[in-house]
Ligand binder design. Structure first.
Ligand SMILES: NC(=O)c1ccc[n+]([C@@H]2O[C@H](COP(=O)([O-])OP(=O)(O)OC[C@H]3O[C@@H](n4cnc5c(N)ncnc54)[C@H](OP(=O)(O)O)[C@@H]3O)[C@@H](O)[C@H]2O)c1
Length: 253
């Protein structure tokens, strides 16, 4: 076991995090997986014994610290941490809802901050390895009926860029993961057509290739869609708004 590399993935009970855990486990990494639903993490362990459950609610600061301590005590050396937890509530986003906005921020933004807080000193001393944060192309610009989600991802993307500057000096790679639409329980809630939607396994392959590279900041996919979203980001607001409004009319949203 000592020879195997170790990765910690949060948000690994379903969707992208789960597919990524299976990908790394299949090629022989030790994978510590976290999320709230312990039974789903146990199922992953039954599927592949390289996967080890460490149940966690990322909104709990102390639990984040103690879970990472447990992982470190067990495996000694952690190579990569991927923070993949996230929630979206498209129904609540159609109208301003302060409670939901706070909840989404609490998980998507502060949940990741709590996770980073738990590993910060370790990577400061280690001076190698990688911290990777799953944001979204939804963080590029404000999208209709997704204000809380877009804002949480936009904050996450900016924070990750800032963290890159700091950790580079300590020889720790920071990477940002910006997926387009991936079919998961999260996107199953959407009631509109999702262009170029891909499978969680596709996402896992893309993320794996990006993570094992020696360098690079943003891992984004599928490329045709994400480059288009990058193009929308540089448009003046007036053109961007017209373009999105036209699209919404077309799908009657
Ligand atoms: N699917 C897409 O199209 C897409 C696109 C761009 C970005 N993303 C991002 O990719 C990440 C994964 O999303 P997904 O699509 O794979 O959705 P998903 O299947 O719903 O996965 C979300 C994961 O987050 C975990 N989670 C939620 N709240 C948590 C909490 N308080 N503490 C610990 N874990 C928590 C969930 O596990 P438990 O419920 O068991 O805790 C689950 O494992 C998210 O950050 C999402 O924003 C997704």
């Amino acid at each position: 076991m000592e020879d195997k590399k170790v990765i910690w993935i949060t948000g690994a009970s379903t969707g992208i995090g789960k597919a990524l855990a299976l990908k790394f486990a299949k090629i022989g990494w030790i994978v510590a997986v976290s999320a709230r639903r312990e039974n789903l993490l146990e199922e992953l362990n039954k599927e592949n014994s390289n996967i080890h459950p460490f149940p966690l609610d990322v909104t709990n600061i102390e639990q984040c610290k103690s879970v990472f301590k447990d992982i470190l005590e067990r495996f000694k050396n952690i190579e990569i941490c991927v923070f993949c937890t996230g929630i979206h509530d498209p129904k609540s986003e159609k109208k301003f809802n302060l409670e939901k906005i706070r909840k989404i921020m609490e998980v998507n933004y502060f949940g990741v901050m709590n996770s980073i807080n738990s590993i910060y000193e370790y990577y400061n001393t280690k001076k190698s390895g990688q911290i990777s944060i799953v944001s979204s192309v939804a963080g590029y610009r404000g999208l209709p009926a997704a204000g809380a989600y877009c804002a949480s991802k936009s904050a996450l993307t900016s924070f990750t860029e800032s963290l890159h500057f700091e950790m580079k000096r300590k020889n720790v790679r920071v990477s940002l993961i910006s997926p387009g639409f991936i079919k998961t329980p999260m996107t199953d809630q959407n009631d509109f057509p999702m262009p170029m939607i891909r499978s969680p396994e596709f996402a896992a392959e893309q993320i794996y290739s990006g993570l094992i590279k020696k360098s690079g900041f943003e891992i984004h996919f599928p490329k045709v869609f994400t480059f288009f979203m990058k193009f929308l980001r540089i448009l003046p607001s007036s053109i961007y708004f017209k373009f999105i409004e036209k699209g919404m009319k077309r799908i009657n949203y």
